[in-house]
Design a protein around this ligand. Structure first.
Ligand SMILES: [Zn+2]
Length: 228
């Protein structure tokens, strides 16, 4: 029953030490019966569920960027930037690579993450990410599972969280552009990506392509999103 506040002063209402089944405002001392508490709790729950239902249609601003909600789970919500935020290589130099060791992952969880205030950073959850082998050629290695605050979607996630190609189209500046996924492409020097028409490309592009777009994703603590 966290967050019950006094009708009069918005102070915190806690169980009364003196009267059984009564509650009292810590600040002004107003007493409330159990029925009041139950009704208040119901209302809070209703408001919370309404907020959650609205999240998927509501843009969110974080770190100076606009984010779209892709999924809501019990305690977290998945967001991706509305637009491609920049063009950058998946990895440099040209060599065999997986998401774990690529320079883009290092950048996103370092310099890029620091664009968020410390308060914003505290709402971003570190997430364990599977890194599956290539969908086309099993010998193309996806690498180890990673734990990241900021990441790129995988091929599976890009398919799962968008309902159509059109939904997946993203712009860099004002033009539709390619954007990287974290999954390996058709060779160990390629990473998968999404085309200008929003279609998913399992074969991908060479990791050193620095004109491919970056569309960061993150999981936010649901309670913090509801509070925004
Ligand atoms: Zn009060």
């Amino acid at each position: 029953m966290a967050g019950m506040t006094c009708d009069i002063c918005q102070g915190k209402v806690v169980a009364s030490a003196k009267k059984e089944n009564w509650f009292v405002c810590e600040y002004c001392g107003t007493e409330y019966p159990l029925e009041w508490m139950k009704a208040k709790f119901q209302k809070t729950q209703t408001v919370r569920l309404e907020r959650i239902a609205q999240l998927k249609n509501q843009p969110l601003w974080l770190g100076g960027l606009e984010w779209c909600c892709l999924a809501v789970e019990a305690d977290r919500a998945l967001y991706i930037t509305k637009n491609i935020v920049e063009e950058r290589a998946y990895h440099k130099p040209f060599e065999y690579i997986t998401w774990e060791d690529c320079t883009l992952r290092q950048y996103l969880n370092g310099e890029f993450l620091r664009r968020f205030s410390l308060q914003e950073q505290a709402t971003i959850m570190a997430t364990t990410l599977p890194n599956d082998n290539s969908t086309l050629y099993n010998q193309i290695n996806g690498g180890n599972t990673t734990r990241d605050k900021i990441f790129l979607l995988s091929l599976a996630e890009a398919r799962k969280y968008f309902s159509s190609n059109g939904d997946r189209v993203a712009k860099y500046k004002s033009n539709s552009s390619w954007w990287w996924l974290r999954s390996p492409g058709g060779r160990q020097v390629h990473a998968a990506d999404v085309g200008t028409d929003g279609s998913v490309h399992d074969l991908g592009h060479t990791v050193i392509a620095d004109d491919n777009g970056v569309r960061p994703a993150l999981w936010l603590k649901l309670e913090s999103v509801i509070a925004i």
